[in-house]
Design a protein around this ligand. Structure first.
Ligand code: ADP
Length: 469
């Protein structure tokens, strides 16, 4: 992983936001909203019969020279440029749709956007969508979150937590037979069906104003790239129709499988399959179980160096929650390694597998309706992000239990630092193995500063504020 680019994303984002706005202003030069006349747009048609306007080309001429100048070593895939397949040899590729929703542009309904995204090793790590007429600028970067900048200021976005009365968003211009059938067979779950042009559909879900979007037909990489980053950073789910991950900077830029966007996996209208295995649903739902045990359930993921206080805090919190009559269970790193994960060591691969299994166990606990406290060093952001993806959106809280390495060495509750420093054990996090700090946790508990009681209270405060207790 190219760490320097990831760390630099917030900075890169600033320039991309500006250039998306400039491209938006350029587009508006070809757009007079008060007349039905479209001659100034200079409409022509491409080989595939999709319309092209002077505005598409003009916006591209603002964006791509900027990208070439600022990022001379990166590749570019733009809807309005001849594809240069040497991009396949580049792990960094900008994916640009200078004017997404050309049909909406021609119809003058304001629902067109400028889309710019960056892929690293085929995964999207940055996305910007600008809707010039609405003056809405959506932007997101990997592990940085998703934001909307508009005339009312800047707002951090998160998908809704709706699980019923769902709002479905669909395309203004493309509604397939399959989609109509799907809607028809889920009338009981869908409250309303709204239409939106261009990538604004994904933005609507990111801001919590819609819950689901299914797209069966073909799209191109530049239609989905920025939207995917925005949805995922707002904690939504973006998958191809066969539930696999959408990858970018591919030889064939056609998104052949279709895709869907959800606020939560619970709201999937199709049956989610993993490697063609279907989940067998019984008669009893999680809601039924929650009623029996009178719980509102959630998962707290404690991450931090060994000795930072994860287990101590989780155990004290477990006691507090139990005293309040809650069914709560702790999954603790050391405990799980005694049984389920006894076959795993501490290499990077084994640590990842350790976490993958824990995440799946936590998922089952969550489904059982139990409040789950998961305390693992979990040194890699990738694994913690996987946990966030796999566990319930909006009910997963990453708590970074932070203490300086010196403090942890001094506490050394299990004598591990002593052994690691003496070379008796290897790959010990903080000594000879890396810990990637949490970038965007829901809560940071600095145990150099807060004692045990205050830390537990801070968690309780957060949960109470969210009406989870
Ligand atoms: P971890 O689970 O992160 O490896 P542990 O909870 O096992 O860490 O150990 C943390 C040690 O630090 C315990 O011995 C605990 O008593 C001590 N400690 C000192 N101050 C704090 C604090 N503010 N919060 C949590 N633990 C603390």
């Amino acid at each position: 992983m190219n760490l320097s680019i990831i760390e630099n994303l917030p900075h890169i984002l600033e320039g991309i936001k500006d250039i998306a706005k400039l491209a938006g202003l350029e587009i508006l030069k070809y757009y007079s909203p008060d007349t039905a006349d479209t001659t100034e747009m200079g409409i022509t048609y491409k080989e595939n019969q999709s319309p092209l306007t002077k505005a598409d080309t003009a916006a591209n001429e603002i964006i791509t020279p900027y990208l070439r100048k600022i990022f001379p070593t990166h590749a570019i895939l733009s809807e309005e440029e001849k594809d240069n397949l040497s991009r396949l040899d580049n792990n960094l590729c900008w994916i640009v749709d200078p004017l997404d929703g050309t049909k909406e542009f021609i119809k003058k309904n304001g629902e067109f956007t400028v889309n710019i995204a960056l892929s690293l090793n085929h995964k999207i790590i940055l996305g910007v969508i600008y809707a010039p007429i609405l003056d809405e600028l959506y932007y997101a970067a990997k592990n940085f979150g998703c934001y909307l900048e508009s005339s009312s200021g800047v707002e951090k976005l998160q998908v809704s937590s709706n699980t019923k009365d769902l709002v479905l968003v669909s395309s203004r211009s493309h509604k397939s037979e399959k989609l109509l059938k799907l809607i028809d067979s889920h009338q009981d779950r869908i409250k309303s069906d709204i239409s939106k042009g261009s990538s604004l559909k994904g933005c609507l879900i990111a801001r919590g104003d819609a819950d689901i979007y299914y797209r069966f037909g073909y799209t191109m990489e530049w239609d989905t790239a920025a939207m995917q980053c925005i949805v995922e950073e707002a904690r939504g789910i973006f998958r191809q129709m066969d539930d696999s991950e959408m990858l970018y900077n591919r030889e064939n830029s056609l998104n052949e499988k279709g895709f869907y966007i959800l606020n939560s996996t619970h709201n999937a209208l199709h049956s989610l399959s993993e490697n063609n295995l279907n989940w067998h649903h019984g008669q009893i739902t999680r809601q039924d179980r929650l009623q029996v045990i009178n719980n509102k359930n959630f998962a707290l993921w404690f991450t931090g160096l060994s000795g930072s206080g994860k287990s101590t805090i989780a155990a004290q919190l477990e006691q507090e929650l139990f005293n309040r009559g809650k069914l709560v269970y702790r999954l603790d790193g050391d405990n799980i390694r005694h049984g389920l994960n006894a076959d795993l060591g501490f290499s990077v691969t084994d640590r990842e597998e350790n976490l993958r299994r824990i995440i799946e166990v936590a998922r089952l606990f969550q489904d059982a309706g139990v409040i789950t406290l998961i305390s693992f060093i979990s040194p890699f952001r990738k694994s913690r992000d996987l946990a966030r993806q796999r566990l319930d959106q909006g009910k997963f809280f990453e708590i970074y239990v932070k203490a300086s390495l010196d403090t942890c060495k001094e506490r050394d509750p299990k004598g591990m630092y002593k052994k690691a420093l003496a070379g008796e054990i290897r790959d010990f996090t903080g000594i000879d193995a890396i810990y990637e700090e949490s970038i965007n946790p829901e809560l940071i508990l600095d145990t150099d500063k807060y004692d045990l009681t205050s830390s537990v209270q801070l968690i309780i405060n957060m949960l109470e504020k969210l009406v989870l207790l």
